[in-house]
Write a protein that binds this ligand. Structure first.
Ligand code: NI
Ligand code: MN
Length: 228
């Protein structure tokens, strides 16, 4: 059984095959996520898509308190190491890691990546998490790009977690095209509402997806959803 919990913005916890995997923690800086307690987030794996602070702000705290294995590009792992994190595994686009029954594939994204102080953050990416028969795609921040077709062909995800807020990433219309290229019928939206630039009309987004035969799920912050 797979389940996912939303902690706001691009931060999710995926529980699958006994593993807790957290993506892109940005909680204490997100006023919409004020009811989420960072201290309770204790994953086995911490995956970071890119270095922007709205994706890594709480990464060091969570890594240190949980001793989660952090998986990210080399440059982000170096940044973690400089802050005392010791359990990390650097990868890059195209890298695959097996962790028990799950395989993590580091996929490309069309986006920038630097830390708040301007330090280069490596290349922005996303992740596919796969078991033998199923897969989930977490896009990270990205524009619509044609290699989503390749990700669909190679990994055939049943679920995709896609940015839908526009301005910095895909918007709803582009995410519908992305879902088609990926071949998914179930999408979980992320990267919306947190800032003024990315506020969306929820009902309108859900209906647009529905008109194309795709279900868009917009979770409330703190909400858990079973994915089967
Ligand atoms: Ni970003
Ligand atoms: Mn972002």
């Amino acid at each position: 059984m797979k389940k996912i919990t939303y902690f706001g913005h691009a931060c999710f916890e995926l529980n699958w095959n006994g593993k807790s995997i957290v993506f892109d923690p940005f909680i204490r800086g997100n006023s919409l996520a004020k009811d989420v307690n960072v201290k309770n987030i204790m994953p086995h794996l911490l995956l970071l898509s890119h270095a922007h602070s709205d994706h890594v702000a709480d990464a060091v705290e969570i890594a240190l308190q949980s001793n989660a294995e952090c998986i990210a590009v080399f440059e982000i792992c170096s940044w973690l190491q400089n802050q005392g994190v010791t359990n990390f595994h650097p990868t890059n686009i195209g890298g695959k890691l097996k962790r028990d029954e799950l395989t993590i594939v580091h996929t490309p994204a069309l986006h920038s990546s630097s830390f708040d102080d301007g330090t280069y953050g490596g290349i922005a990416g996303g992740f596919v998490i796969k078991s033998e028969r199923e897969s989930i795609y977490f896009a990270g921040d990205t524009a619509l790009f044609s290699d989503l077709k390749l990700i669909g062909e190679m990994h055939q995800p049943q679920w995709a977690i896609l940015p839908i807020g526009g301005n910095f990433t895909m918007d709803v219309d582009d995410a519908i095209v992305a879902a088609k290229w990926l071949g998914v019928k179930q999408v979980i939206g992320m990267h919306f509402d947190t800032f003024g630039y990315i506020q969306i009309d929820h009902q309108h987004a859900i209906e647009k997806f529905k008109s194309q035969g795709i279900e868009l799920h917009l979770l409330n912050i703190g909400e858990m959803k079973e994915l089967d």
